[in-house]
Design a protein around this ligand. Structure first.
Ligand SMILES: Cc1cc2nc3c(=O)[nH]c(=O)nc-3n(C[C@H](O)[C@H](O)[C@H](O)COP(=O)(O)OP(=O)(O)OC[C@H]3O[C@@H](n4cnc5c(N)ncnc54)[C@H](O)[C@@H]3O)c2cc1C
Length: 508
C-alpha cells in the first residue's frame, strides 16, 4: 500500500491570500504544499482578475514612495495623496460597514497593513501609484494636479495579473510545491482538529496529511446555488466578475466540521458592470468591464427614473453597493447617461463598452428602448434643481459638495451638474458580483473558531473565506489587503502549529 503523503502546512487555494500564507509558512521553516482547484493557466483566483489596489494606512506620498518601484512613481508629480492614518481607515470601514465589522480583525488589518505592503515589496511585488484607473491622465489638462483617493492610491504593477505574476514567481523561487487541477474535496478531521485534506486528482482522490491547513480558497460568489441560498432570489442569475472556481465547497466543509459562521452571510460586494459583460469573468478582460464613472452621470432605470444618489461619496466607498441597487431594478438593468461636459472623465476601461449616442434625450431614450417621457421628466426635474453656475464649482477630483435635491428623486450629493450638452452618451449596466462577505469565524491570529468558541486545531483561514470584515458595503482595496495581512499571520501561525505538533491550540 502506498504511504500517505504528508507535509507541515497545506495551503488550499492559490490567490493572493493563499500565496502570501504559503510564503510566510515557508519562511517560518515549514514544508508547504499549495493545492489549487484551477488548471495552471487559470490560476490566481479573483486576485488575478482584480485591479490590484491595496488599501493601507500611510502618512501621504512620502510614506508611499519607499514602497514604489521607480517606474511606479512616474506620476508622482501629477498627483496629491492625503495622509491615510489608521483613524481615517477605521472611519471609512465604520462608515461603509455600518460599524458592524469585528473590531479585533479590522484593527489587525489596519495596524499591519503598511508593514505587509513592505513585506510584499521585499518578496518581489512591484507597487505603483494608481493614476490612470479612474481618469485618463492624457485627457486631463497638462499641469493639472489631481487628488488620488488616499485609501486607493497604490496597486500592484499590471494590476491583478502583475500581482499574481510576482507572487507566483516568489513561490516558485522558494521551491514551494503547487498542485493545479487539485480541488480540495474534504477536510480530514480528528475530532475538531484538522489533520489534512482529501484532494481530487483527475478521477481519483488522494489523502494528504498536514500539521496544519490554511484555507485561502475564496467565497461562494461563483456558485449560483449558494448565492440563491444566502443572498436571495435573483442572485443566482447575476454575472460573476471574477473566477469561476470560488464555489464555496471548502467553506461548506469547514462549517460541517464545526467551524462557526461569521459576518454578513446575506451580503456581497456587487458593482456596476457592463450589461454585455460575459456571465463569468474572463482573464482577457479581467476587471475592464466595470463601469465606475457613475458619479458624473445620471443613473436611470427602464422607466427613466433615477434610483440612487450617484454622488453620495467618492466612488471607492459606494461602488460595492451600487451593484445591489442596479440588481433591484427591472431586468437588473440600468443606464448611465452622460453629456459632453463630463465625457472626458470616463475611466479608460469604458473603451471596452459600446456606448449609445444621440443628439437629443428623446432620441437617446428611443435608441435605448427606455421610457422617453420618464427620462425627459427626470432630467428636466434634475436640471432644474442644480445650482446656478454649477459648472464653475464642479470639481471632479474632490467631493465638491455640488448637490441637487430634485423633487421625487434621490438627491445627488456631489458633482451635480445639469445634463444638457449634446450629444448624450449612455452605457447599459447590470450588477456584477465580486465576492461574498459571509465566511468562517477567525480570530486575530487567523485560527478558525468553532461553534463553541474554541480554536479548531490545525485550521487557519484568510481572504474571502473568512467572515466578519465587511457588511453591507465595502471600501475598495480592503479585500486584497485583508487577504495579505491575514495570509502572513496564518502562514506563520500554521508553521508554528505544525512544528508544535498539536495544531493551532498551541499557536497562541
Ligand atoms: C474584477 C475584480 C476586481 C477586483 N479588484 C480589487 C482591487 O483592486 N482591490 C482589492 O482589494 N480587491 C479587489 N477585488 C476583490 C479581490 O480580488 C478579492 O477580495 C481577493 O482577490 C480575494 O483573495 P483570495 O485569495 O481570498 O481569493 P482568490 O484570489 O479568489 O483565490 C481563491 C483560490 O482558491 C481556489 N479554490 C477554490 N476552491 C478550491 C478548492 N476546493 N480547492 C482548491 N482551491 C480552491 C480558487 O481557484 C482560487 O484560485 C476584485 C475582484 C474582482 C473579481
Amino acid at each position: 500500500m502506498q504511504e500517505q503523503r504528508s507535509v507541515d502546512v497545506i495551503v488550499v487555494g492559490a490567490g493572493n491570500a493563499a500565496l502570501v500564507a504559503a510564503l510566510a509558512a515557508h519562511e517560518a521553516g515549514a514544508s508547504v504544499l499549495v493545492l489549487e482547484a484551477a488548471p495552471k493557466e487559470q490560476r490566481g483566483g479573483n486576485s488575478r482578475f482584480s485591479g490590484g489596489i491595496f488599501r493601507f494606512a500611510h502618512g501621504g506620498l512620502d510614506d508611499i514612495r519607499p514602497l514604489l518601484t521607480e517606474e511606479g512613481a512616474r506620476w508622482a508629480d501629477r498627483v496629491t495623496v492625503e495622509p491615510y492614518q489608521p483613524t481615517r481607515f477605521h472611519a471609512d470601514i465604520d462608515l461603509v460597514c455600518e460599524s458592524r465589522s469585528d473590531p479585533e480583525l479590522i484593527s489587525t488589518l489596519i495596524d499591519t497593513s503598511y508593514e505587509t505592503m513592505a513585506w510584499m515589496r521585499d518578496r518581489g511585488v512591484r507597487w505603483e501609484l494608481v493614476t490612470d484607473k479612474l481618469f485618463d491622465p492624457a485627457k486631463i489638462p497638462a499641469g493639472t494636479t489631481y487628488a488620488v483617493p488616499p485609501g486607493g492610491a497604490v496597486r500592484a504593477t499590471n494590476e491583478g495579473i502583475g500581482l499574481m505574476y510576482d507572487l507566483f514567481n516568489a513561490v516558485e523561487a522558494a521551491g514551494i510545491d503547487v498542485w493545479y487541477d487539485a480541488p480540495v474535496q474534504q477536510l480530514r478531521m480528528e475530532g475538531s482538529r484538522c489533520v489534512g485534506v482529501q484532494v481530487r486528482r483527475g478521477d481519483r482522490f488522494e489523502d494528504v496529511g498536514a500539521g496544519a491547513v490554511v484555507l485561502g480558497c475564496g467565497g461562494f460568489e461563483s456558485n449560483p446555488e449558494l448565492r440563491l441560498r444566502y443572498l436571495g432570489p435573483g442572485w443566482d442569475l447575476v454575472k460573476v466578475r471574477g473566477t469561476r472556481f470560488n464555489m464555496g465547497h471548502v467553506l461548506m466543509q469547514a462549517l460541517a466540521a464545526g467551524a462557526a459562521p461569521a459576518g454578513h452571510w446575506g451580503g456581497a460586494h456587487a458593482s456596476p458592470l457592463d450589461a454585455h459583460a460575459p456571465d463569468v469573468g474572463e482573464l482577457s478582460l479581467t476587471d475592464r468591464m466595470s463601469r465606475y464613472s457613475y458619479p458624473y452621470c445620471l443613473l436611470v432605470d427602464r422607466n427613466g427614473n433615477r434610483f440612487v444618489d450617484e454622488g453620495e461619496d467618492e466612488v471607492w466607498l459606494t461602488y460595492a453597493k451600487t451593484g445591489w441597487a442596479i440588481r433591484a431594478q427591472q431586468g437588473a438593468r440600468a443606464w448611465q447617461i452622460f453629456d459632453q461636459k463630463t465625457i472626458h472623465l470616463l475611466e479608460p476601461r469604458y473603451s471596452t463598452g459600446t456606448p449609445v449616442e444621440a443628439g437629443s434625450l428623446e432620441d437617446l431614450a428611443a435608441k435605448l428602448g427606455i421610457n422617453q417621457r420618464g427620462l425627459l421628466e427626470t432630467v428636466a426635474r434634475f436640471n432644474a434643481s442644480c445650482a446656478e453656475a454649477a459648472g464653475a464649482a464642479f470639481d471632479p477630483f474632490h467631493k465638491d459638495g455640488l448637490a441637487a435635491h430634485p423633487a421625487e428623486q434621490p438627491a445627488k450629493s456631489n458633482w451635480a451638474q445639469p445634463i444638457d450638452t449634446a450629444p448624450y452618451v449612455a452605457y447599459a449596466v447590470t450588477c456584477g458580483i465580486t465576492f461574498t462577505y459571509g465566511g468562517l469565524k477567525i480570530d486575530r491570529t487567523a485560527r478558525v473558531i468553532d461553534t463553541v468558541g474554541q480554536p479548531m486545531g490545525g485550521l487557519f483561514a484568510t481572504g474571502e473565506i473568512a467572515g466578519g470584515f465587511f457588511f453591507h458595503n465595502y471600501a475598495a482595496g480592503s479585500g486584497l489587503m485583508r487577504g495579505a495581512t491575514f495570509g502572513r499571520i496564518a502562514g506563520a501561525r500554521a508553521a508554528e502549529a505544525a512544528r508544535a505538533g498539536v495544531g493551532s491550540a498551541a499557536g497562541g
